[in-house]
Each structure stands twice: as C-alpha cells, then as structure tokens.
Design a protein. Sequence first.
Length: 126
Amino acid sequence: MKHLPPVFLSLIMAFAAHADEGMWLFNQPPRQLLKERYQFDATDAWLDHLQKSSVRFNSGGSGSFVSEDGLLISNHHVGADALQKLSTKDKNYLRDGFYAKTQAGEVKCLDLELNVLQSIEDVTGA
C-alpha cells in the first residue's frame, strides 16, 4: 500500500506527458507542423545539411559533426569503448579525458567507424 503514491504519480505523469511529433525521416519532415508551431521553414538545403552532419557510430550511438575537419560531438558513453581501447597503464583517457592541442596531436580510434547517411531512396516499387 505504501507503493501506491509513487505508482499513482507515475500514471499521472504518463498521461500528462506529451510528445512533440517524435522522429521523422529527412525526406519526409513535418514541414507544415514546423512552420505552424515554430515558424520554421525546413528547407531542402537545411535538411540535407542536417542529414550529412549526423553520424552513427558502429559501436552504437549517434553524434554530429561540429567542424569541417571531422570533429564530432556525442555523449561520453558513446565513445567510452574507444577511450578504453586507447588507454594505457600510463594514460587513462576514459578517466582523465584528453585534449589535443593540434590536429597532429590527436589519437586515432582504429576500429571506430562512423556512418553518414548520404541519400534516401524509396525502393518499395523496385
């Protein structure tokens, strides 16, 4: 009986929560909804830029390019596997972090692969 208030509160919050459109494909954006609700015009050029700025890590997770040189931003847990593999007994990148002062000082993640969606094609009728 003492668990009833948290359960009841959870149910109330579940009914009160409201998702805002959810996920959509780059080639089928809710343009009208974005225009009406946010006064934002999702142009083809903007969508193409957004699509090619988004990355998927082969180890799972996602991120975004933040520079033309390939600098990425993602959540720490997405890169944790690569950080562990790069670490040595003298350098614990996962625990201590890492900052390369120059591009030449960067370390390479040898088995990390990034996937970037280049195009979407409807092959339903093919």
